[in-house]
Write a protein that binds this ligand. Structure first.
Ligand code: UT7
Length: 323
């Protein structure tokens, strides 16, 4: 059978890191509160000239290099973002142009913090369906431009960045020992849209708006939904939790990562944590965390890696992949 296999990854962060202490000079907060409630110590914030598209392009270039491929080998770009450079054209087409590609499909998906899982699931289905052979899948955000810097309950939580995978079609045996994406599950429940949303938009206020969140309620749903989808994806793949080498979760809050790992009976030693230094980068956080752990030697070829995320919508999902 045909599966989408992992060919390479890359990531990019803005030049400027901002510590909790620095933030506390302009926001009514403290390093102690942020660390205790979230595990975050700093975040990267985009400066002049840095946009979702420029960060995405840099991450994509690194992923292509890692896969020893060029844009000429790619026939699909799916980019997840909630903070596009423009309402249209899609940021994916800006990346396509910057990389020197043309002709093949390139589009954005909007599923907020679960966006990378949605983008990966879409690209995987298109590859298995014969519509593409090698895809760039990107999660990229400049969340700092969507924040209300007067709202301490949200502005301390987010950061900017981008991460990218290259995946491609390969003939495999069709069993659970295969390389590649073994199982994916995506969910949405619009009933909870008012717990995490942006209070503006093209068709309503005509403005960009600001991110709003009822943090405590989102937290509660996140732990329940993630534990369920992880169990479902494991069952679908024929694997059990003990088979997982690494969990690469959406990086929203260290306490959510801890509670989810506990529900799965997994040690935190198997969970990749970047929320401490990168904060919550929404759709970028899963590929950014993955690439960080791959480049520092933690994630190795042949290992079984669970990607998972939950965010606005609500949307949530997970994907099990043998690297
Ligand atoms: O990425 C998409 C998914 N997002 C998430 O998964 C986020 C989920 N939620 C969370 O991570 C947590 O709920 C937060 C980190 C957002 C908040 O932590 P919490 O323990 O739920 O705190 P809280 O919102 O209940 O606020 C507790 C207190 C409040 O004060 P009172 O009412 O108890 O006096 C807040 O006003 O902390 C206060 N507070 C702050 N204090 C200092 C809220 N933000 C801050 C702040 N600095 N930045």
């Amino acid at each position: 059978m045909i599966r989408s296999i992992f060919l390479g990854s890359g990531s990019a962060l803005p030049a400027r890191a901002v510590s909790n202490e620095e933030l506390a000079k302009t926001v009514d907060t403290s390093d102690e509160w942020i660390r205790e409630r979230t595990g975050i110590t700093q975040r990267y914030l985009a400066g002049e000239g840095e946009t979702t598209a420029t960060l995405a392009t840099e991450a994509a270039r690194r992923a292509l290099d890692d896969a020893s491929l060029t844009i000429a080998d790619i026939d699909l770009i799916v980019l997840a973002t909630a903070t596009p450079d423009c309402t249209f054209p899609a940021t994916a087409t800006l990346v396509q142009k910057a990389l020197g590609g043309a002709g093949f499909p390139a589009f954005d998906v909007a599923a907020v913090c679960s966006g990378f899982l949605y983008a990966l699931g879409t690209a995987d289905a298109m590859i298995r369906g014969g519509m593409a052979s090698k895809a760039l899948v990107i999660g990229a955000e400049t969340m700092s431009r969507l924040l209300d810097w007067e709202d301490r309950a949200t502005c301390v939580l987010f950061g900017d960045g981008a991460g990218a995978f290259v995946i491609g079609a390969a003939e495999v045996a069709g069993d659970k020992a295969d390389q590649g994406i073994l199982a994916t599950q995506l969910h949405a429940d619009g009933a909870h849209g008012d717990l995490l949303y942006v209070d503006g938009g093209v068709s309503t206020t005509g403005t960009v708006g600001h991110l709003r969140m009822k943090g405590r309620e989102v937290f509660r749903h996140a732990v329940t939904n993630l534990a369920q989808v992880l169990a479902d994806v494991l069952a679908k793949s024929g694997h059990v939790a003990a088979d997982i080498d690494w969990v690469v979760p959406h990086q929203a809050n260290l306490r959510i990562l801890d509670a989810t790992a506990r529900k799965l009976g997994l040690s935190m030693d198997k969970v990749v944590v970047t929320v401490d230094t990168q904060a919550n980068t929404s759709a970028a956080s899963v590929p950014l965390a993955f690439d960080t752990a791959r480049r520092d030697g933690r994630i190795q070829r042949g290992q079984l890696v669970m990607l998972e995320a939950m965010g606005g919508g609500f949307t949530w999902g997970a994907s099990l992949i043998r690297i």
